[in-house]
Design a protein around this ligand. Structure first.
Ligand SMILES: [Zn+2]
Length: 597
């Protein structure tokens, strides 16, 4: 249910909340100077670089550059949307929110969903009880043969569906459950004479939960040879096979902690990995990986290791998934299992440390893809070379990081013994030309320009000095695009008389990357003792740089005029240069006077 919360209510909730108390519920914090520190929940670390400021009501991690206010923390930690995070804080502090009555349609759908979850829960308990009853003997023997421990069977709530046609059906009838609803979930099916029969028979049952732990559907494996080996629930109001991952709810804490997920294909691959300590594994449910799977996983981590079977089918499936990953801005790695192995057989034989070794050694899937494409084509003839270029270019065109793309272009060029120009031309034809020089990688941390950083820190921590920044007319010339965006945004907020406190800014800025930069600037800027001096110093430095750039331009113009023997132009540009040099001198003098005590 979406409710828009009025600004004054948000301010009230923010006012009631203390970020140190809130984050302490999730991360142990220790006082360190004026701030608090703890181990970052968003990346793996041994030394605390996650810092919380009680005075500013914001947090920032100096390890992974994540930052924001109390709402941002909940949004990131619990994967909530902004209104949900606000609602959660309001609940914690007992603040009532104005709520809109859900429409009758919304009420109906919510009620229907609750009913379906309850029904799945009922079925899961039935299957689980059956596995532990006398009838479950064969199923228990099968699971023992697959080396499943009782603990694993319990934690994954594995179950057993008997060969009977009406086992679950009779149970549902006895519990007075809605058979129509059970039919919509695929638990029972419609027979010839309008009767019902069980959808899962003589099978091991794997309940599938969403990341909140609610059972959305079932996957099942046949205990006998006849029929399909795996059958999954049909899609319903609460389950979509192409957008669900088996094991996600169990894996979530480890995925968060390790900031990495291992992606496998089979149910037993997943359960066995978890049993042996690889608890950040998730599995697709018998379908090829989809865009929805990647988007779901991306909510929790950007680091994914693919561990498919080592056979040809497994490798092909991995290669096929590459464009989907790249389109979502993720460059996955591929784990190489020994020939003939799958994760299930490997982990039982070689155990956890060996599997972790393979994760360590895993290579970027892009690299595997290109190596494979080059190996499979015969570069000795033009046709083979052309085929290799045509196969690799679509993948190269999806790489967002220019440096990475340039490196692979170089690699393909060397291996095929063709000039880079040919590959670049093919890329250009594909609609995404490659830059010639390696430019800065996307997402590179800003802050290489110390004068601009200092300027921003003063603007953030001492907004009363913003009018002076405006007077200096330097913002349009800032070199770091993110810093420039933040600076212009600050001036705008200041002019509109919006609140300028650190945690209010976090609500005003939509872009998550900018939030991270702002929190970092504020935390690092707290040691500025004389803001006016710092501001004047950085303005002078930026102005000087501005003048120097203009001098460079004039120098070029003078050279051109000299080449053309244009005496009057030479005279004109020399005068310009003289004026610029004087301005530069005046600037340096101003600066010196500021820096003197
Ligand atoms: Zn961090």
């Amino acid at each position: 249910m979406s409710v828009s919360i009025p600004d004054d209510k948000i301010a009230e909730i923010k006012g009631a909340c203390n970020i140190v108390h809130l984050i302490s519920e999730y991360v142990p914090l220790k006082k360190y100077g004026v701030n608090y520190r703890g181990l970052c929940p968003f990346h793996a670390e041994n030394e605390p670089s996650f810092t919380v400021s009680e005075a500013k009501q914001i947090f920032h991690c100096f390890g992974c550059n994540t930052g924001g206010n109390a709402f941002t923390f909940l949004m990131k930690f619990e994967h909530l949307a902004f209104p949900e995070a606000v609602k959660k804080v309001a609940q914690k502090y007992g603040i009532a929110l104005p709520s809109r009555e859900p429409t009758p349609r919304e009420k109906q759908i919510a009620g229907e969903k609750d009913g379906l979850f309850a029904l799945n829960e009922l079925a899961a308990s039935y299957y689980s009880a059956l596995l532990n009853a006398g009838e479950g003997k064969t199923a228990r023997a099968y699971l023992a043969e697959r080396r499943m421990t009782p603990e694993t069977i319990r934690s994954f709530k594995l179950g057993y569906a008997s060969p009977a046609w009406d086992g679950l059906l009779l149970h549902l009838k006895a519990k007075r459950a809605s058979l129509e609803a059970a039919h919509r979930l695929g638990l029972i099916k419609r027979g010839k004479n309008n009767g019902w029969y069980d959808g899962f028979r003589n099978r091991i049952i794997f309940p599938i939960a969403d990341y909140n732990g609610r059972i959305i559907g079932f996957s099942s494996r046949a205990l006998e040879q006849d029929g399909a080996k795996y059958i999954n629930s049909s899609d319903s109001l609460i389950y979509k096979k192409s957008a669900s991952l088996f094991g996600l709810n169990t894996a979530l804490p480890s995925i968060r902690k390790e900031d990495m997920a291992v992606l496998v294909e089979g149910n037993f691959d997943l359960v066995s990995l978890h049993q042996h300590g690889i608890t950040n594994a998730v599995a697709t449910l018998g379908t090829a990986l989809t865009d929805s799977h990647i988007k779901l996983l991306k909510r929790f981590t950007g680091s994914i290791v693919i561990a498919f079977d080592s056979d040809d089918a497994g490798r092909k499936a991995a290669m096929k998934s590459l464009p989907l990953f790249l389109q979502n801005g993720i460059s996955p790695r591929m784990l190489e299992l020994p020939a003939g192995a799958d994760p299930d057989s490997f982990i039982h034989r070689e155990k956890e440390a060996a599997f972790r070794g393979l994760i360590e050694k895993s290579l970027p899937l892009v690299q595997c893809f290109i190596t494979r494409a080059l190996k499979h084509r015969n570069p000795a003839n033009v046709g083979g070379t052309l085929a290799a270029i045509r196969e690799t270019v679509p993948v190269l065109s999806l790489l967002k990081d220019d440096t990475e793309r340039n490196l692979y272009i170089q690699r393909v060029s060397q291996d095929l013994n063709v000039p880079e120009q040919i590959i670049r031309a093919e890329l250009a034809a594909s609609g995404r030309p490659a830059p010639h020089a390696a430019g800065p990688a996307a997402g590179m941390p800003v802050g290489r320009n110390r004068a601009e950083e200092l300027l921003l820190q003063v603007m953030l921590l001492h907004p009363d000095l913003i009018p002076r920044v405006r007077e200096a007319q330097i913002l349009q010339d800032l070199k770091e695009p993110e810093l420039k965006r933040i600076a212009l945004c600050l001036v705008e907020l200041f002019d509109a008389r919006r609140p300028m406190e650190a945690d209010s800014l976090m609500n005003g800025v939509q872009d998550g990357d900018l939030k991270n930069i702002i929190s970092g600037l504020i935390m690092k800027g707290e040691c500025i003792t004389d803001p006016l001096k710092a501001l004047t110093g950085s303005i002078q430095k930026l102005k000087t740089a501005q003048i120097e750039r203009e001098i460079k331009l004039v120098n070029n113009q003078i050279r051109e005029a000299e080449a053309g023997n244009d005496v009057s132009a030479i005279q004109h540009f020399l005068t310009c240069k003289q004026q610029l040099l004087e301005q530069k001198k005046a600037c340096a003098a101003d600066r010196a006077s500021v820096l003197l005590p």
